[in-house]
Design a protein around this ligand. Structure first.
Ligand code: ATP
Length: 439
């Protein structure tokens, strides 16, 4: 049975993946902190993206742009005018809702407040999602700045810098991972929608005539990325946007959607942003943001295909897809069948007991393995309980040092999914672990 949100939220809290932020003060409106395991897994999600988008693609380079930057960026990009959600207020209970998330009641055809059921709602009005702040000590309009609502724009305003220093030519890409901020009207569903979140965005610059081909290419590539990392294909779909849904800068967009416990929800949007952004920044700044093709003597503004994914939202989807409850030898267990690349720890090193004779050997094994991968070390409780604990946090391999190890210099490697165990000489443990993790 697919897990419910409660299962994931409980596991995240109990095992140290995600904590409600400022919990000792009663929490703070849908904000979350990533604990010892969450920080490892989130980093792994981002590393898996970076590996697939930058490391394995010679035509893609990275960027880490400032979160606080010139407000002129957001004026030129159209976000100041257009990055809005339609907001309605309930006159009865004063709750606020996104108008596009409310559906008419099938019985009376009217829209009801999801909180109190009233139909006394205001007209929709545009609400800008950007967080506004002031830079420097004086809080006046000339010092206004915005927290970026997407990492993109950093890519566009650095287009010439990157082009000149990296000597790339279209098709080429700029990849960036980082925090974005949106003053969401209705955050919720755990870390699905928060006001502070992390994005992983590629801006892929192509000759205009090739834009459509690359758009379809990236839709497929991005869908496959989730499948490769363990999300079953039948819990994923590509959904093209209808014309009226498209952002102000896009001529075509498809979402990669995941089947969440409450229904289909977006993990990533792949958009054809055309030459909208480069031209807008070019007009506003007076700088030429073009590519000069020496082969054809042609100067042009590239089109941009943007796969934009959420790291935090995606981590939650990976957790939901990996969560299972099964039975081992008549005993119930919870197991996270996470891809080894995503699991917080790849290996747990476990001395069978805390006996003085076993600990030095276990430490020796830990010293061999921790330079190559993230290891947990645990010597408390019974070995059965420790296996369960590792299963529940998704650790693919457990290496156990027992009394025989003192005689034969060998250890047991246990596989999380099959629970099968094999005996391996300590001298081979690095090779064995490396080959088992490389999938
Ligand atoms: P939505 O329709 O859910 O508000 P969006 O279409 O505005 O999302 P994009 O602007 O395409 O989202 O952002 C790209 C990705 O960033 C999304 O697919 C999602 O994974 C992530 N993302 C966007 N907003 C949030 C948020 N408030 N909390 C967590 N992740 C988010």
């Amino acid at each position: 049975m697919a897990p419910g949100m409660d299962d994931i939220v409980r596991l995240c809290k109990q095992r140290g993946f995600v904590f409600p932020s400022a919990e000792i003060y009663g929490g703070f409106r849908s904000t979350y902190d990533y604990g010892p395991l969450g920080v490892l897994m989130l980093r792994n999600v981002k590393d898996a993206w970076w590996r697939s988008m930058v490391q394995l693609r010679p035509e893609v380079v990275g960027l880490d742009a400032a979160i606080l930057s010139s407000p002129k960026i957001w004026e030129a990009s159209g976000h100041l005018a257009n990055f809005t959600d339609p907001l309605v207020d309930c006159r009865n209970c004063k709750e606020r809702w996104r108008a596009d998330h409310l559906e008419p009641d099938p019985e009376d055809g009217r829209i009801h407040c999801p909180n109190c059921g009233s139909t006394d709602l205001t007209e929709a009005r545009a609400f800008n999602l950007m967080f506004k702040t002031f830079v420097g000590p004086v809080e006046d309009e000339s010092n206004v700045a915005y927290l970026r609502p997407e990492t993109a724009q950093g890519h566009f305003v650095n287009f010439v810098n990157v082009l000149q220093t990296s000597r790339k030519r279209p098709p080429f890409g700029i990849a960036q991972i980082g925090k974005s901020f949106r003053n969401e009207i209705t955050p919720g569903n755990f870390v699905f929608r928060t006001r502070e979140f992390e994005q992983m965005e590629l801006e892929y610059f192509v000759p205009p005539a090739e834009a459509d081909t690359w758009y379809h290419y990236w839709c497929q590539e991005r869908l496959e990325w989730y499948v490769e990392l363990g999300i079953p294909r039948d819990r994923l779909r590509l959904r093209p946007h209808a014309q009226e849904e498209l952002s102000h800068y896009s001529t075509a967009t498809s979402d990669v959607e995941f089947l969440f416990p409450w229904g289909w929800g977006e993990l990533e949007g792949i958009a054809n942003r055309t030459d909208y952004d480069l031209k807008a920044h070019s007009r506003a700044s007076g700088e030429k943001l073009e590519y000069f093709d020496q082969a054809t003597n042609e100067r042009y503004t590239p089109y941009v295909i943007e796969p934009a994914a959420g790291a935090t939202r995606t981590m939650m989807a990976f957790l939901l897809a990996a969560y299972e409850e099964d039975e081992i030898g008549g005993e119930a267990r919870t197991v996270l069948r996470l891809h080894p690349r995503l699991a917080p720890y790849q290996v747990a090193v476990l001395p069978l007991s805390r006996k003085d004779t076993l600990v030095p050997v276990a430490r020796e094994v830990l010293d061999l393995l921790s330079p190559i991968t993230m290891c947990d070390y645990d010597e408390t409780q019974s070995i059965g309980k420790r296996y369960r604990r590792q299963d529940e946090i998704g650790t693919p391999l457990a290496v156990t040092v027992d009394f025989e190890s003192l005689e034969d210099r060998a250890v047991t490697i246990r596989d999380r999914d099959s629970t099968k165990q094999i005996r391996v000489p300590i001298d081979n443990v690095v090779d064995e672990v490396t080959s088992r993790l490389a999938r």
